[in-house]
Design a protein around this ligand. Structure first.
Ligand code: FAD
Length: 489
């Protein structure tokens, strides 16, 4: 195809927005506007390119709100947001032609299928004569720029972060761009309502708006609230699920409504104390996850440690259903799974305990849990989710050793000592005294009666005994452990 020709005054630049749904500190958008061309933004709902990692249900709810906010912000810059649906490799070139676009700008993605698709598209657009410019809009340091002394990828977090931390760009993030001089375009666009991104019947996302405000402004509010109120208690409080001690920025980061650079800039303005450093090191885990995903693109599907390919995972549909519904009989696990269902988010400590329960107490393949989280988490992130699941399961990079098996009751006593988290999410246990709240089956009958609990009726008995599950998991692990040494990729 010959490239359409344009006079410089009528040049059109397309900003293809993906997981960067913001206007501030958006290098692709800023560059498009600075190019002097008339800018139009394009979002493509592509349910095919990412294969099984197409957006999950909770993420679709978020996307709906985020696109609405982005359309308003872009309009204030005289930039129309055009919505199209279909295969990006077909929709994007067709739109370039339709808009008479000469240049296209985007921020890079790192999931295997998307990276490949972007590479192919870049090559074909260039061979058609278009200018393609891509940027880093979502990471502090891109994976291809970080190598060990030996030239390979990092496989453990601490040395990775020691290398990356001093390299973090400390300059101010890009401000929101100025309003373009060009007029607002009026290309045909899908109606967002027609995409039906929010669940209809039943509307299981009904409670989400009580907890979340998708969009750039909502992200800034979360950041400000965290930096003004919580960060001082982050080091001690971040493991306590009943306390609001973490930022809850994860869905905003996942959709690119805020950049990590904006977060680092604002957090660093608070000084360089232990709390800020700890918080940045958690962002470092996100960076590390992307580093692993980039260098080991199969991470979401395959055991990183190949000895786990022989692991004797169980099929247990009853156990899986109980886990997803928060009916395992272990209050902390159940509280977490119910928090996830009601709010689309779960506290990190409880994610670890719930994931450990599935993979070790129920001996179910981490990929089952990964898929459930993918569908129900508002922050479902291809890198963080897969790396974290493999970390918990023991099959991943720098993973928790398989033989370290969380006791959910002991974890509850330690991190939810007053039981406030369990009382919030498992209200049928609310009247139980704190000493029994993480192990209701140990409460005397009179105490249960007083608290209106009938085990097995109003709240389940544990679906599996901890000691039995622990021994079974260790046996399973032993069956593959002869191959455990030196089997990392
Ligand atoms: P904060 O403590 O305020 O941290 C700030 C940011 O740092 C987070 O928003 C997140 O982007 C990043 N971060 C924090 N902890 C981690 C971590 N352990 N690994 C990677 N990044 C981290 N996080 C996701 O963003 N998406 C997922 O799909 C996801 N799946 C997970 C699955 C399991 C089984 C586990 C154990 C963890 C998972 N996490 C995931 C990591 C972590 O639980 C969340 O990032 C965190 O709870 C988000 O809350 P926050 O924004 O308040 O975190």
């Amino acid at each position: 195809m010959a490239r359409p020709t344009h006079s410089s005054s009528s040049r059109t630049a397309v900003f293809w927005t993906r997981n960067d749904l913001r206007i501030a500190d958006n290098p692709a958008l800023s560059a498009a506007l600075l190019s002097g061309a008339s800018v139009v933004a394009l979002y493509v709902l592509d349910d095919h390119t990412a294969g099984k990692w197409r957006l999950g249900g909770a993420s679709r709810w978020w996307l709906d709100g985020s696109l609405r906010r982005l359309a308003e912000s872009l309009r204030s810059l005289n930039v129309q947001l055009v919505l199209r649906r279909g295969l990006a490799k077909e929709v994007v070139p067709a739109f370039m032609k339709e808009a008479g676009g000469a240049e296209i700008f985007w921020n890079r993605r790192y999931g295997a299928a998307e990276r490949l698709a972007d590479q192919d598209l870049k090559a074909s657009l260039r061979s058609d004569g278009y200018t393609v410019r891509s940027f880093n809009g979502s990471l502090l340091t891109e994976p291809q720029t970080i190598t060990t002394g030996a030239g390979g990828p990092y496989k453990t977090y601490s040395p990775f972060w020691r290398t990356v931390r001093p390299k973090i760009n400390k300059s101010a993030p890009l401000p929101a761009p100025e309003r373009g001089q060009h007029s607002l375009s009026n290309y045909p666009s899908d109606a967002l309502d027609a995409w039906r991104l929010t669940p209809q019947s039943p509307n299981w996302a009904a409670e989400f708006p009580e907890h979340w405000e998708p969009g750039e402004a909502g992200a800034m509010k979360k950041l400000d609230a965290f930096l003004d109120g919580c960060i001082d208690g982050y080091v001690d409080g971040r493991d306590v699920p009943g306390r609001r001690a973490t930022s809850r920025l994860s869905p905003h980061l996942q959709f690119g409504e805020i950049s990590p650079r904006q977060i680092v800039w604002s957090a660093s303005a608070q000084g360089d104390g232990a709390a800020v450093e700890k918080f940045l090191s958690e962002l470092g885990w996100r960076e590390f996850s992307y580093h692993l995903l980039y260098h080991f693109p199969d991470f979401p599907e395959k055991n990183w440690r190949t000895d786990f390919d022989a692991f004797p995972w169980r099929e247990d549909e009853f156990g899986f259903a109980a886990w997803t519904k928060g009916q395992t009989g272990y209050p902390l696990v159940d509280a977490g799974m119910r928090e996830l269902w009601a709010t689309g988010w779960m506290h990190n400590r409880v994610r670890m305990i719930a994931a450990s329960f599935l993979t070790k107490h129920l001996l179910m393949d981490w990929r089952r849990g990964e898929a459930w989280f993918w569908d129900t988490l508002l922050d479902a992130d291809i890198a963080n989710n897969s790396v974290s699941w493999q970390w918990v399961a023991g099959s991943g990079a720098d993973a928790a050793p398989y033989f370290r098996i969380f006791n959910p009751s002991a974890q509850g006593e330690r991190f939810d000592a007053d039981g406030s988290y369990v009382r919030q999410w498992v209200p049928e246990l609310a009247k139980l005294p704190s000493r029994y709240i993480h192990a209701p089956w140990t409460a005397p009958e009179a105490v249960l009666r007083e608290a209106n609990i009938r085990l097995g009726t109003t709240y389940p008995e544990p679906i599996v005994d901890h000691a039995h599950a622990r021994a079974r998991a260790l046996d399973a692990f032993k069956s593959i452990s002869h191959a455990n040494r030196g089997n990392e990729p």
